[in-house]
Structures are given as structure tokens and as C-alpha cells.
Design a protein around this ligand. Sequence first.
Ligand code: AHG
Ligand code: MN
Ligand code: MN
Length: 336
Amino acid sequence: MSGKIITLTRHIIEEQRRFPEATGEFTDLMNDIAFAAKLISYHTNKAGLLGVLGETGTINVQGEVVKKLDIFANETMVKALDHGGNLCVMASEEEEDIIPIPEEYPYGKYVCMFDPLDGSSNIDANVSVGTIFSIYRRITPDGTPGTLEDCLQPGYKQVCAGYVVYGSSTMMVFTTGNGVHGFTLDPSYGEFVLSHPNIRIPEKAKIYSVNESNFDYWNENIKKYIRYVKATDKETNRPLNSRYIGSLVSDFHRNLLYGGIFLYPASSKAPEGKLRLLYEANPLAMIVEHAGGKASNGHKDILQIVPEKLHQRVPLFIGSKYDVEMVEDFMQGKRG
Ligand code: AHG
Ligand code: MN
Ligand code: MN
């Protein structure tokens, strides 16, 4: 074999060797997540065919109801992860309460929380969607069912965070605190292979990503910042370019590679912001920080926020460090 192909499994096993005390539970968990991602990837790719296939009756013959893809993605994640013996509890954007591990399976030492399908409102238009996941070590006693307490940990306690983007190719990007690495799914042999080792986000943004239709509902500080990034000034490379897909994973992924800032501020319509701390903001914040960027709610690092509830929302400013620091200055009235 020419060259060195590093599969996701090989990468994780090699990482695990750095920790002699490791039991392999984490490796198993990542393999289960990768398996779920392959299934979701396969189904999102044929989303446009569901109607066609439905008419032939193939789906109904098998007794399966065509489900909305985000429900399908949620069930896929839960079923792929519930029996491995490495989790004590899960939580999902799609479910109101924590997701217990069924009694027949052993309780593991990790907690996994996820947004099974991010950007799902875009799916009918063939726009990229994603899965976001976040892993913590449990804080309740080993061998017992995990609880809400295990889920409500601040983001800096994450041991791993990642996302899968189902785009022109399917790619998994994650960090365990030792660099951010991207693996592209090779559909011919169904393996994630290392394609983007050690991703670093450019320190300065070329792009800003925000839903500007909310402008009238923002406070004056954020309005000033958006006016600032749009103003022309050669010396500071303004205006920034505007790009907004409306799929957080896709907007984030592009900005991570090219340098950019994604903003979802609080507004009078959504006083807490729209995005969820546990399933969206925290995992992407861990990734961006390990890639050299920053994530803030305008006043505080996202990873320092102590969650109070499962579906807590948070204003989010995330991306290139220089620009997130600048938006913080605007938000705190230090610039204007
Ligand atoms: P989800 O599909 O998981 O509910 O998330 C949608 C989110 C996120 O992907 C995106 O950045 C944001 O909603 C877009 O919101 P607006 O339509 O308000 O711009
Ligand atoms: Mn989402
Ligand atoms: Mn979602």
C-alpha cells in the first residue's frame, strides 16, 4: 500500500496509546458514533428519493414509516449508542428529557449529548446538514444510571466534541483536546480517513455569518458591530464577506477552514438567543478553541457557562479569535 492511510479507528487507537490507563471504552464509543454517522449520511443522501421509493411501496412493505429525517437521525444515534456499555446517559436536542440507558445494558463512564440533525429545515433543498456531538465523563457514581447532573456540566469539562457534515462529501471533525482533525468518508469502502489533520482557524475572519433579517430585533451594540464589519476600510480588510447557509454545522465548518465569525445574538424575539448550549454551542466551542479560535456569548467564554437546564439557549459568537474578541468589545460597549 503506498502512502499512509489513517482511518478514524487507527487515529483513535493511536491516541489511546498516549493514555496507558485507557480501557478502550472511548474508542468503542467513537466507533459507534462513526457508525451512526454513516447511516445518517446514507439516508440524507437519498432523502430526495424517499418520495420516489415510497411510491414503489418498498418502504411500506418493510413496515417502515417514512420518518422526518431528524427523527430518523435521533433514533439512529440513540440505537447506535445505547448498548455499548460506555455511556451512562444521553441527551438529544430532539428529546425533552435525558435518555436513559436501557436496564439490560451496563452503565459506562461517559455521557453523550447531540444534535442529531442540525440544519434540517434545509434538507429538502439539498443543502448540507450535520450531526453535532459532545462527550463528558460522568460525575455520578460508576455502575449506576446517569442523571441530569451528568448532563449539566460546563463545556470546559468536555473530553471530546465533534460534528459530521453531510455535504458534497461526508466529513467528521473532532477534538479530544489534542488538535482538531477532519476525516472524510470514502464512500467506496465506507471508512472515515484522515484528510484534514490539525485544523487551525485563521486568526482573522474573512467572512461574517449571521441572519441579518433579525437586525431590527437586536440591541444597539450588535447593530453597531454589524455596521462595522460591513463598512469599507482597506486597512482592516473590510467589508467582511457575508455568507449564511442557515445550517450551523455548515456555516461553522466553512468559517473554520477559511476564517470567519458566526453570530447568533440574542434579540427581542429570542432573548436567550436561539442555539442550544449543550448540543450546539459547547461542542463547537471546544472545537474552535482547540483550533485556535474562540467562542463567547458576548460577555463570557461559552465553555465557562454552567448549564441550568438541558435545552438552555445561548447567544453565540464563534470563530476567528480576533473577531470574536472584537464583537465582545462591541457587546460590552467598549467600542462603538
Ligand atoms: P436545528 O436544525 O438543529 O433545529 O438547528 C437550526 C439552527 C442552526 O442550524 C442554524 O444556524 C440556525 O438554526 C438558523 O436559524 P435562523 O433560521 O433563525 O437563521
Ligand atoms: Mn441545530
Ligand atoms: Mn437539530
